[in-house]
Each structure stands twice: as C-alpha cells, then as structure tokens.
Design a protein around this ligand. Structure first.
Ligand SMILES: [Zn+2]
Length: 395
C-alpha cells in the first residue's frame, strides 16, 4: 500500500530549494563535515546506489554478520577501523559516533560484509550500512544498487503473484520514484522504507518473480518531455484516479487523473465506516482545540473526480473548515481508506460510504492488476495511468 502524505514532498522540494540557496562557503563546510559516500560496486549490479533510512533518533546501533569490515570517515576519506568481527556497536559521543569497545570516534562509520550479508534489527541487508549522527542521535542508512533495492520493493507494495505485466508496471513506477528522490540530493538519505516513501519489504521478501520483473525492465523509468516523473501510486482508486494538483495543490507531470475501471476486486473497492461522535470530536479538536461539540459534518468542496478536498463541521463555536487529506491523516490512513466518500447519518453516528484505498494519484495498483488480467502489457498500463509519459532507459 502506498500512501504518500504531501508534507513529505513539500519538505523535499523545500530542501532542494534550500540546498540550491546555500552559499558556496556553507556548501563547502557541509561537504567537509558530511562524507561523500562513494558507491561500492555489488557483484552483478552496477546501477546507481540508493540510500535508505532504516532508523533514526537511536541511542545505540548494533550490526552483525559473518565477517565485518568497519571503516571510519577520517581526513577526507574512508579508513579501516576494525576488521573481521562478527558484531559491532555504535553510540553517540559528543556530536560524533563512537565505535564501542575500540575507543574510536568519527563523524560516520561504514559497515561492509566481507562475505554474506549484514544483519541489523533482526533482518538481513544487501549492500552496506552507514551509521551517522544527527542532533546527538544515531541514524542507520542502508546503501545498495537501485536494481537490488527494487527486488525488495515489489512485495511491500503489491503481490508478486499478480500478473507479470502488473508487477513490471509497479517496478517501473517504483524505479522512477526512487530515481527522482535520488536526484533531489537530500543530505542523509534518499528514501524511507515505509508508506511515506514506498515500502521496502527487504531481502526476505524477494522471490523469483520480483527478480524477473526487475531484470526484464532494467533501467526503465518514466519521463514527461525531458523530466523524470515523480511517479506516485496508490492501492485502489475506486473508479477514477485524481490529479496531484487537486489532492496536494501542486501539479505533477502526467498525473492528472484518468478513468480506471479496473480495480473492482480491490479489498477496499467499496467501504463503510461508521463514526461515533466522540471520534469526530477528537479529530476536529486536533485542528481546532477549542471545539468541544460537533452537531454535524459535511462536504465543503470536492475535486472534479469526486474526492473531498475540504470538510466542514458545525460546532458549538460555529462552522469550521478543514482539509480532507489532513482529516484522513488524523483518522489514520488504514481507518479511513480514502477521501472519496459521502456522509450520512444513522442514529447518533455519521456513516462514511466510500471507495478505494490511498490518495488516488498516479498508478492504481489494483487497476494495474485488472488491466493486466484483461491483456494489457506493462507499457500500456503505465501509459494508461501516466498519460503522456514515455518509458526511457535511465542507465
Ligand atoms: Zn483504480
């Protein structure tokens, strides 16, 4: 499932603008303080390297493996710190990272497997891991070639047993999104591993079909004119996809909303959600803390495709308006599957009757499955949901 709240995108855009506004002197200072991580080739995969944030705000990090090499950033390069160990621990130390048990302190450490794979948090990881410090706490970043990463994305987002053309369409969309984020050049990482970016289910989720779909589409991404597309996707649209402009107030190339008509088999194709007064008051209070009573609630504005943009509530202090996307976020993305719903009353309760799961922008994943079952190939599927997009090889 992919649910991408707009604040993350906006943050990234702001970050990129901020980066470009930094003075030359400041850029040099930042570069000196933060090591530029050079790509480490992984056998058989020479694609660009992606940086995934696994965890942040940590007081301690432990990494294990069969035989580990740890390198530290020192004097403008990576220097060996400790070699041939099975487990290493790191802690914050006066604004830097300390390699426990060795009394070595550096701004960052890189942990490589000499053979086999690294383990962190009980899971195996491809590539290598980097431990950095930010605000006195540790971050763990996983780095691996983009193609290797994608093999572990498919089963986080969809089910690799779906028709192969639906799986390939997902892979190309996920590759475009990832490559777009990599070009933003944020300081510590390119993507998270959860629904706020796209779900990385990891090495454990890889299978023959995910490998086949990635290999068959190697390097393929989506462009509109000369621009790589930040390809959004969602679980099911409920009938029509919508435009990024109407959901987030910002245009995205080739993501204007289309007729889908292929996601009727999705688990949340149609849903009902009864809400007690207490829950509605709790959510409205999150936006308007002074409110203590809500007598009714309704739609203030809908987008052209029928998704709700703004809701209203009649309260003891008058009518208040709030953003439907923020309402969904506050309710919980799982509890309120989409902003495509209508409201009715049943006794004391408000009944939401809706369709689809997710924000509705870009590829409808269940629609891709339905389209593939009807015989469309992955290129046709991608052109259906990203109108005007071209498939190109990025590498
Ligand atoms: Zn759909």
């Amino acid at each position: 499932m992919s649910t991408k709240p707009p604040h993350r995108i906006i943050l990234n855009f702001q970050f990129s603008i901020l980066n470009s506004l930094l003075s030359r002197a400041l850029v040099i200072t930042v570069l000196l303080a933060i090591p530029i991580v050079t790509p480490l080739p992984v056998r058989g995969d020479s694609s660009p390297e992606i940086r995934l944030l696994l965890d942040e705000q940590l007081p301690r990090v432990v990494v294990s493996g069969d035989s580990i090499l740890v390198e530290m950033w020192d004097k403008g390069g990576w220097q060996p710190a400790i070699n041939r160990v099975r487990s290493v621990g790191f802690s914050p130390m006066r604004g830097e990272v300390q390699l426990d048990g060795a009394a070595i302190v550096a701004p960052t450490f890189r942990i490589k497997p000499r053979n086999g794979m690294l383990r962190y948090g009980g899971r195996p990881f491809r590539g290598y891991l980097t431990v950095l410090i930010n605000g006195g706490r540790l971050l763990v970043v996983s780095q691996m070639p983009l193609e290797s990463y994608l093999v572990g994305v498919v089963n986080g987002e969809i089910d690799s047993s779906w028709p192969m053309d639906a799986v390939k369409a997902q892979v190309v969309a996920a590759r475009s999104y990832a490559l777009y984020q990599m070009k933003v050049q944020a300081l510590y990482y390119d993507l998270k591993t959860d629904v706020s970016s796209q779900v990385y289910a990891g090495f454990d989720s890889e299978d023959e079909r995910t490998r086949e779909a990635v290999k068959a589409t190697r390097g393929q991404v989506l462009y509109k004119d000369e621009d790589l597309i930040q390809t959004f996707f969602h679980s099911s649209c409920g009938g029509n996809t919508t435009s990024a402009r109407e959901v987030w107030g910002m245009a995205q190339p080739a993501q204007d909303g289309v007729y889908c008509g292929e996601c009727e088999e999705a688990p949340y194709a149609r849903w009902n959600l009864p809400l007690e007064a207490g829950e509605i008051i709790r959510v409205v209070k999150a936006f308007f803390p002074g409110v203590d009573e809500v007598s009714s609630m309704g739609v203030h504005r809908r987008s052209r495709d029928g998704r709700i943009q703004t809701l209203f509530a009649e309260t003891g202090k008058g009518r208040v308006l709030f953003d439907a996307g923020e309402f969904r976020k506050e309710m919980g993305y799982r509890r309120l599957p989409s902003t495509s719903f209508s409201l009715g009353m049943s006794g004391d309760r408000i009944i939401l009757t809706g369709q689809g799961y997710g924000h509705g922008v870009g590829l409808c994943q269940w629609g891709a499955r339905g389209s593939a079952l009807r015989g469309m190939d992955y290129k046709q599927i991608l052109r259906k949901y990203y109108v005007g997009a071209e498939i190109k090889r990025a590498y």
